[in-house]
Design a protein around this ligand. Structure first.
Ligand code: 5GP
Length: 142
């Protein structure tokens, strides 16, 4: 994988507003925040998508995410937030290096920030049974 802007930020070649760093994880403020405190949490391992991340790097991110959320809540006084994690251009991933967004929520206005169009379908029970089996079978061999 070629260097992304995040690899260069992690290396310190490009400045960022860093909020956290350990051996495996680097977190910094998003340059185009959807709300105050919008933070990016990036594993140093340069995987493109979450499904390509090693268990060790994933565990390192998972270990620190709740702590980062608590710190952002304390610093911004938000009580609600979204964790957003885009994989692939179709899912709006722009930087091809795994990252988690922590996006504080302060109100419901549509002027700025994160807008989710949540349009649920209905799970067909037969299709659900078949699909759950296929996913479980894939897990058993991965
Ligand atoms: P994605 O759409 O890939 O999930 O989100 C990429 C995020 O990275 C965007 O929210 C964008 O604002 C942020 N970003 C892109 N380039 C830079 C940069 O150079 N510095 C910082 N701090 N954030 C960046």
């Amino acid at each position: 994988m070629s260097d992304t802007i995040f690899t260069r930020i992690i290396r310190g070649e490009i400045p960022s507003h860093k909020v956290y760093e350990d051996e495996h994880v680097f977190a910094f403020l998003d340059i185009g925040p959807l709300s105050k405190g919008h933070t990016l949490v990036v594993p140093k391992e340069p995987a493109v998508q979450l499904d390509q991340l090693s268990d060790a790097a994933a565990a390192a991110v998972g270990r620190v995410l709740p702590r980062l959320c608590r710190a952002i809540m304390q610093a911004t006084h938000c009580t609600a937030y979204n964790i957003l994690q885009n994989n692939g251009a179709l899912a709006h991933q722009a930087v091809m290096h795994v990252h988690f967004h922590i996006i504080p929520r302060f109100d419901q206005t549509m002027e700025s920030g994160l807008h989710l169009a949540w349009k649920p379908g209905k799970l067909d029970p037969r299709q659900g049974t078949e699909l759950a089996h296929r996913i479980a079978a894939a897990l058993a061999t991965s």
